[in-house]
Design a protein around this ligand. Structure first.
Ligand code: SF4
Ligand code: SF4
Ligand code: SF4
Length: 304
């Protein structure tokens, strides 16, 4: 379900300056909090829920007990001198983060207006050069469609290059407006197998390709972002589907292959989750190269 609740304010987990991986040139990348999917390989688990959350980092805790005093939900408890954080009880009021003296409790997002985000991007404008600009990422930026689209339209009106990283799961009625205000769509194509997509992302891939084709028909430039998860989606039929999709698009620049890495598990632990670290999902370098060669042989410009 897509949230319409933040017309003016949007929860942002991070604004990354001088990014070079989220579109052309030097960019300011804004990570929105909230996503309709729950990918098991997600490297930004803090962006999945749109609710406010706290990171708890055990090694920073000095055991002062201030968090337990202010928490209205009893999420912080002490037993035999050991501090326990029960994330399931947390309602995101952020009081513990405000009183914690050692950054053991930290807010993992802040609510920002579109104007505030744009002001941060404007600070970086001197470094963008002819190609750079602003990228919306997450999470799923279109989980907050009004804020995302207003931000993109305003950025474009100011002459900034705009890019959006999207999982493609949002309302069909937003495609035309998104396409009009986005210079480059970085579009996830996670798995061509519907059952596997559902099992590993928690959502259907129905509509993801249809929306991309709709954007393409409207002239939207895109790149396909394809996660590679060893033992899950790394099979010939999926790469044939990527090549077929690429050749069916008129304005797609190519494919970015994204080998899985278990970056997200340490952040998941700070959120009080017990996600498994799937090191067996990491593709070997030669496997990644073989897939890149497979796609290039089929005329698909491919970047690792
Ligand atoms: S953010 Fe969560 S854990 Fe912290 S004080 Fe509020 S309810 Fe308690
Ligand atoms: S306020 Fe911070 S340092 Fe003090 S007990 Fe809570 S988490 Fe630890
Ligand atoms: S779409 Fe992206 S942010 Fe959302 S769960 Fe999947 S990997 Fe994480």
């Amino acid at each position: 379900m897509v949230s319409e609740q933040y017309a003016d304010m949007v929860p942002v987990t991070k604004i990354q300056r001088f990014s070079t991986h989220d579109g052309p040139g030097v960019r300011t990348t804004v990570f929105f909090k909230g996503c309709p999917l729950r990918c098991r390989w997600c490297h930004n688990p803090e962006t999945q829920s749109s609710a406010m959350q706290v990171y708890y980092t055990e090694k920073f805790c000095i055991g002062c007990g201030a968090c337990a005093v202010v928490c209205p939900m009893g999420a912080h408890t002490f037993s035999d001198g050991a501090h326990r954080f029960d994330a399931a009880r947390c309602r995101g009021c952020l009081r513990c983060a405000q009183v914690c003296p050692s950054m053991a409790c930290e807010a993992c997002a802040r609510l920002m207006t579109v104007s505030e985000i744009l002001a941060e991007a404007e600070r970086d404008r001197p470094f963008f050069g002819p190609q750079g600009g602003i990228t919306l990422s997450g999470g799923e930026p279109m989980f907050h469609p009004e804020a995302a689209l207003t931000l993109l339209e305003e950025a474009k009106a100011r002459g900034l290059h705009t890019a959006v990283e999207t999982c493609g799961v949002f309302g069909d009625h937003h495609v035309a407006r998104l396409t009009a205000c986005t210079d480059l769509l970085l579009w996830d194509f996670k798995d061509s197998d519907p059952a596997r997509h559902q099992a590993y992302t928690g959502g259907s891939n129905e509509g993801v390709v249809a929306r991309l084709r709709q954007a393409d028909a409207l002239g939207g430039r895109s790149r396909l972002r394809c996660i590679m998860v060893r033992g899950v989606n790394m099979e010939r039929t999926h790469y044939e589907a990527i090549a077929e999709l690429y050749h069916g698009l008129r304005h797609c620049e190519g494919v970015d292959l994204l080998p899985y890495h278990p970056f997200g598990t340490s952040k998941a632990k700070q959120l009080g989750r017990r996600d498994e670290q799937h090191t067996e999902w990491m593709p070997k370098q030669e496997e990644v190269q073989a897939v890149a060669a497979f796609l290039r042989e089929r005329g698909v410009p491919t970047v690792l």
